[in-house]
Design a protein around this ligand. Structure first.
Ligand SMILES: *Cc1c(COP(=O)(O)O)cnc(C)c1O
Length: 231
């Protein structure tokens, strides 16, 4: 048995990392701690150090963490939402950051109507125009935002993008810049039943660049919890 000393060290590292990241963020930039593959204990430590929003990629994993921790922070869904998980997801999450079709929005709307709930959502933009990636193309965003605006149990509150992954984070900048431009354009046009408030972009290696390009919500995993096993 060689458990406790190691976990103790890891735990205090999470707390230090959260404080470091929070102190790096300018006023008005919101931290989402991306918690995929992390244990409820690790998530609890991050929250105790100041995290207010937990990001989850998998509904089942989130359900287990939520059962253990409850509403100790807001829960944001940041992964690819499978149609058959929508019903469960709307019970757990306070925001769904990855809506990329009217069909998915419609399902979220119908499940929320049953609970008498209005779900804040972000529209995910495939800013890198990568065929294998989720998100709508930038030129399709306006149409989707308008369509989602007609749904009463969902409100559009902004945009989210991943952008392509590069070794050099500087290469992500043009994709963040394009998404920011789109965000500002949609803000000027106005959103029915909603408001363009949040621009969620930037991860551990790119958040500083994303903030320079206008992000006011960043999703940070490994810089808080350490590298994930298996990458
Ligand atoms: C994992 C993940 C992050 C965080 O990535 P890190 O490189 O660990 O900071 C952010 N956004 C999404 C959608 C993710 O899946």
């Amino acid at each position: 048995m060689c458990v406790s000393p190691i976990r103790g060290i890891v735990g205090s590292m999470i707390e230090e990392n959260v404080k470091k990241v929070l102190s790096d963020l300018p006023d008005g930039v919101i931290l989402v701690a991306a918690a995929k593959t992390r244990t409820p204990d690790e998530i609890r430590r991050a929250v105790s150090a100041g995290v207010r929003i937990i990001g989850e990629n998998y509904v089942q994993e989130a359900a287990e963490a939520f059962a253990a921790l409850g509403h100790i922070a807001d829960w944001h869904f940041i992964g690819h939402l499978q149609r058959n998980k929508v019903k469960k997801a709307v019970r757990i999450f306070d925001m769904i950051e990855t809506v990329d079709s009217l069909e998915l929005g419609g399902r979220i709307d119908r499940e929320c109507a049953k609970l008498d709930k209005v779900m804040p959502v972000l529209v995910e933009i495939n800013s890198g125009r990568e065929p294998q990636k989720a998100g709508v193309l930038p030129e399709e965003a306006e149409g989707l935002v308008r369509g989602l605006g007609r749904l009463n149990n969902l409100k559009v509150e902004g945009l989210m993008t991943m952008g392509p992954r590069f070794g050099d984070p500087e290469l992500a900048r043009p994709y963040f810049r394009e998404t920011r431009r789109l965000f500002e354009k949609l803000k000027r046009l106005g959103v029915e039943n909603g408001e363009m408030r949040y621009l969620s972009m930037g991860m551990s290696n790119t958040y500083k660049i994303a903030i320079e390009e206008g992000a006011n919500m960043v999703r940070i995993g490994s810089a808080i919890f350490g590298e994930r096993e298996g990458g």
